[in-house]
Design a protein around this ligand. Structure first.
Ligand SMILES: Nc1ncnc2c1ncn2[C@@H]1O[C@H](COP(=O)(O)OP(=O)(O)O)[C@@H](O)[C@H]1O
Ligand SMILES: [Mg+2]
Length: 414
């Protein structure tokens, strides 16, 4: 019998609370998973940033990354490690780098998702470069922005084609506001998107591997209240529909961890923002949902590391397009996409694995989330984000919400 150690690396930036909880809960679980006559154990450590030889072996089996989308040294180390050492990483760095909002809108429109009508417009201004003037003089056509606005209809949203974190997003109600928002948009390439009018629900569906959680989301609330705490706020059929759309999006782009924002208007769920492949993971935003995230992260990472899941370095889109191009209702197509997504995420095997090897996770986690270690992790995150005079108040607030979630998940009356 041999002990095989699977090494999990955490590639982190400003993250404080979730890695502390992930590391401590995994340690507490003290997993030993049988593998034939051998046993698999798990080691977690943080990945450091340093120069690397392109032929230098990677010592990790799996990396959970939070930097790829903006810190290029880590992204390039991850790419090297996938190419030369079969590293598994959440999320696929190539897909994350190249699939901005624009790509995700186009692809999901092709699959039949009811993404609101969207136009892409050339930028208002440019950074000078050698070929810029001859190119624009010869090929840039004057266009009538007001006519495009009228065609889309108001209200509409102007937002960067590759946007995130609400930067540069403007709600626009008339032509005059459209012209002035464009004047202010600078060098960014923008989308104009039809507003989902009179929407009566806004959901953020978080997907982690084949796991998901629909969160009732209030974009107008202050940050600590945006993720609402009600569960079962949707009929099961709608929750399943949102989970299915999220899983298909994530499988399509090869993302293990992503969140999909959808708005419901006249009974139809319109996805509006689903290129979020480094989703919010902090207790200060997730609070009540934070234990779900830590447990789901442990389940999926342990499964991937233990079974030596291979990274899908190629995305096979044609299989989706073959379904998309058929003449049948969207719901039927969606069911077929979901079947591909479930195969992609090995959902059946994952569920069996969790039943067999992680059946006590919920119970151990429920105990864990009541400990001082968790409270201290929350405090550290609050300390990093809030002014000193709010430290106690917000630490208590988030701690109490985590306790509420533990009580509910533990089946005790809240
Ligand atoms: N088509 C739309 N209809 C209604 N509201 C929208 C639409 N697009 C964006 N919004 C609003 O603007 C916010 C930010 O836009 P979003 O596309 O989510 O950009 P980001 O990637 O920056 O989060 C959304 O959370 C929503 O409140
Ligand atoms: Mg958004």
């Amino acid at each position: 019998m041999a002990i095989k150690t699977r090494r999990i690396g955490l590639s982190l930036g400003a993250d404080i609370c979730w890695p502390i909880c992930y590391e401590a809960l995994l340690k507490k679980l003290d997993l030993t998973i049988p593998d034939g006559r051998d046993k698999i154990r798990f080691d977690v450590e943080r990945v450091f940033i340093e120069p690397f030889d392109l032929k230098q072996p990677c010592e990790y089996d799996l990396v959970i990354d939070r930097l790829t989308h903006w810190y290029h040294t880590s992204r390039e180390w991850i790419k090297k490690s996938i190419l030369t050492d079969d590293l598994y990483v959440f999320n696929n760095p190539w897909s994350l780098q190249s699939m901005e909002k624009q790509t995700t809108y186009c692809a999901m429109m092709r699959l039949g998702f009811p993404v609101p009508d969207t136009w892409l417009i050339p930028p208002k201004s440019y950074v000078e470069s050698a070929d810029l003037q001859p190119t624009l003089k010869k090929y840039a056509r004057l266009f009538d922005l007001g006519a495009i606005g009228d065609k889309i209809g108001y209200p509409l949203y102007m937002k960067p084609y590759d946007g995130g974190a609400w930067v540069g997003v403007t709600g626009i109600d008339d032509q005059q506001s459209l012209l002035s928002a464009y004047d202010d948009s600078g060098t960014r390439v923008m989308h104009l998107q039809k507003g989902v009018e009179a929407h009566d629900a806004f959901v953020r569906c978080i997907g982690l591997g084949p796991q998901w959680r629909c969160v009732n989301y209030d974009p107008a609330a202050p940050l600590h209240d945006r993720y609402q705490m009600d569960l079962d706020f949707l009929p099961i059929s709608e929750e399943t529909h949102l989970a299915n759309m999220t899983m298909v999006i994530n499988a399509f782009f090869g993302w293990d961890f992503n969140s999909c924002e959808s708005l419901r208007s006249k009974g139809i769920w319109h996805p509006i923002d689903f290129a979020n492949a480094c989703p919010d993971s902090q207790v200060t935003s997730l609070h009540f949902h934070f234990p779900w995230l830590i447990k789901s992260n442990i389940r999926w990472s342990v499964f991937c590391a233990a079974t030596k899941r291979r990274m899908k370095t190629n995305l096979d889109w044609q299989q989706y397009f073959d379904i998309a191009d058929q003449d049948k209702p969207f719901e039927e197509k969606l069911a077929e996409y979901v079947a591909i997504a479930e195969r992609h995420f090995d959902a059946e095997r994952f569920n069996e694995f969790c039943e067999e090897h992680l059946s006590d996770l919920d119970e151990i986690a429920n105990e864990f989330f009541t400990t001082d270690l968790v409270k201290d992790a929350i405090r550290q995150k609050v300390e990093a984000l809030y002014p000193a005079h709010e430290l106690d108040e917000f630490t208590e607030l988030f701690w109490n919400r985590v306790q509420d979630s533990v009580r509910l998940e533990g089946g005790q009356p809240g």
